[in-house]
Design a protein around this ligand. Structure first.
Ligand code: PEP
Ligand code: MG
Length: 590
């Protein structure tokens, strides 16, 4: 038995047999005679065609299902790589000039391309290295005659997929193949693949060093997505322990499913509105099924990632309409582009600066690239004629930015009216409170917009000056820091005073341990990862607002985050043992 530690990217526990995917194929140099060069190039071309045909087949399967456009486009990008001159010409040249076998030429070309990616500073382009690797390994499998045999769709039902890297499309395929979960050597907690895993409700552990050397297909594995652990070849005692924990979680999920249709309100009948944060259309039916009352945050920038071209106005319109249709009569809050920082699309150049999180990102980028912003706003306003929606501006740092964004909205509306194009009128415009400056002037912002939504993920990183992506300063990232509690209190109070709705859509909203603190602060609308909705609802239904207020009052008298955490986590774990503990100490991620 061996325990490997990574990072939990999607919560849950899975026990099953490993199915190792797309492991890097060992290739050795094979010299060829001059007369073999042309036949070898034809063999290479045939493998390219086979690889393309496989990808086209997967694409066709995806096309049959509605709402999978994102994965469809990723595959499109992968197919484009197969005709990329850097790969194809480079490999042909190596076969010809060095008289080597096609596999060796492809491996060498891939290594060269990946070395170029390694040197790129821009994190988005650097991360595309894994797409090149995925396509390259598939091509190599075809060249050496392994075909599609280790592709995700062949993973046996009930297995645990193990890979060096997984693309979001792979994760979706593994979900359809009914695997129990995945773990990878690379990857990140905030990657798109992690978002797909969470949407599918499958445990996922990323960043497990040494995984591919230690695991082989057929080995028994436990993956613990709560703690970010992978247990190889567990002994009987460990198996019993994990089975017991998995059982606790299953029973809990079963119990929570039963409250799906009951209203989200406290025991003293205060309604608490529960909404879902959505990145891709595929997540909406899951969110609705889990009892989300609306989409409180649609991160529209995900439509821009993983693709070479900017989406057109019509495509964005169709996307927004599809979202509105799949929520039925519920409302959708579309956040305008939050590009930049760690979310960089290949279709536009966004200068990363020395500190991307503080650079030209989000609303700053939209105001700089008005053409891109206007196209998105035209699409959203047109969709406003179809369903119930509002528009939310991210990373607003002051009233001037809000006014600039609002005036572009007004111009877009006038333009659509002049063109006689149906569009939504009086669509509510909101501000995300996620910069310290916004949290210091919530009254000024609330006075000039229709609603506020608090983005704690960014607010915490900026207020505490601790990068949310940097594990070295992770110890500073505390939602229960007194400074954060004060910022939240000021924001809620300012909105209430002006009679403007205020919601929270940062990860804090979906953390059941923090539920009383949020209710105590006066928040009545929470938007979270869809899977958190039933758990948070269950806590709410057994809560009396007075006890939540008392806990907050006590927390506000304390000076350090550790005192507050001890108080809050201790109180919640004692009060909600069924929801918040599984017999072993644990904080579940969202
Ligand atoms: C936030 O910052 O809290 C938020 C909801 O936005 P994102 O996580 O997309 O930055
Ligand atoms: Mg944010």
């Amino acid at each position: 038995m061996e325990r490997l530690v990574g990072v939990g990217a999607s919560p849950g526990i899975a026990i099953g047999v490993a199915h190792v995917l797309s492991s890097r194929i060992e290739i050795h140099e094979r010299r060829i005679a001059i007369e073999q060069v042309e036949p070898e190039i034809s063999r290479f071309e045939q493998a390219l065609a086979e690889t393309d045909a496989q990808l086209a087949r997967i694409q066709a399967q995806i096309a049959e299902r509605e709402g999978d456009e994102h994965q469809y486009r990723i595959l499109e990008a992968h197919r484009l790589m197969l005709s990329d001159v850097h790969l194809v010409e480079r490999a042909r040249r190596i076969i010809r000039d060095e008289q080597t076998g096609a596999e060796w030429a492809v491996r060498k070309a891939l290594n060269q391309i990946q070395a170029v990616f390694e040197r790129i500073e821009d994190p988005y382009f650097r991360d595309r290295k894994s797409d090149v690797a995925l396509v390259g390994e598939r091509l190599l499998r075809n060249l050496v005659g392994l075909g599609d045999s280790t592709s995700p769709e062949d993973a046996p039902k009930g297995s645990i997929a193990v890979a060096h890297e997984l693309s979001p499309a792979d994760a979706a395929q593994l979900g359809r193949a009914e695997t129990l979960g995945f773990c990878t050597e690379g990857g990140g907690r905030t990657s798109h693949t992690a978002i797909v895993a969470r949407a599918l409700g499958l445990p996922y552990v990323v960043g497990v060093e040494g995984l591919s050397h230690r695991v082989w297909s057929g080995m028994t594995l436990v993956i613990d997505g709560f703690r970010g652990e992978v247990i190889l070849d567990p002994d009987a005692a460990a198996l019993r322990r994990y089975e017991a924990r998995a059982d606790v979680h299953r029973t809990r999920a079963h119990r929570l499913a039963a409250i799906r249709d009951v209203p989200s309100q406290t025991s003293d009948a205060v309604p608490i509105h529960l909404a879902a944060n959505i990145e891709m259309l595929e997540e909406i039916p899951i969110a609705v099924d889990l009892g989300a009352e609306e989409v409180g945050l649609f991160r529209t920038e995900f439509l821009y990632l993983e693709r070479a071209e900017l989406p057109s106005e019509d495509e964005q319109y169709a996307h927004a309409v599809a979202a509105l249709k799949s929520v039925g009569a519920r409302r959708v809050t579309f956040r305008t582009l939050d590009l930049g920082g760690d979310k960089l699309p290949p279709s536009v150049r966004i200068p990363s600066g020395t500190n991307p999180a503080m650079g030209l990102r989000s609303i700053r980028f939209s105001l700089r690239r008005e053409d891109v912003f206007r196209t998105q706003l035209r699409a959203l306003y047109r969709a406003g004629a179809v369903g119930n929606m509002q528009i939310l501006f991210p990373l607003i740092s002051g009233v001037a930015e809000l006014r600039a964004a609002k005036s572009i909205c007004a111009e877009v509306c006038e333009e659509l009216a002049r063109e006689g194009i149906p569009h939504g009128r009086n669509i509510p415009l909101g501000v995300m409170v996620e910069t310290p400056s916004a949290a210091l002037i919530p009254d000024l912002l609330a006075a000039e917009c229709d609603f506020l939504s608090i983005g704690t993920n960014d607010l915490i990183q900026y207020a505490l000056a601790a990068d949310r992506e940097d594990e070295h300063v992770g110890y500073l990232y505390h939602p229960l820091h007194p400074a954060i509690l004060r910022a939240l209190r000021a924001t809620v109070e300012a909105a209430d005073k002006l009679g403007k709705p205020v919601a929270m859509c940062g990860d804090m909203a979906g953390d059941p341990m923090l539920c009383w603190i949020l209710l105590g602060l006066g928040l009545r609308s929470l938007s979270m990862a869809p899977r958190q909705v039933p758990l948070v609802k269950s806590i709410i239904r057994s809560t009396n607002v007075r006890e939540a207020q008392q806990l907050l009052q006590q927390a506000l008298t304390m000076s350090t985050e550790s005192e507050i955490e001890e108080l809050v986590y201790g109180t919640m774990a004692k009060r909600f043992p069924l929801e918040l503990t599984d017999g072993e100490e644990e904080r579940s991620g969202g």
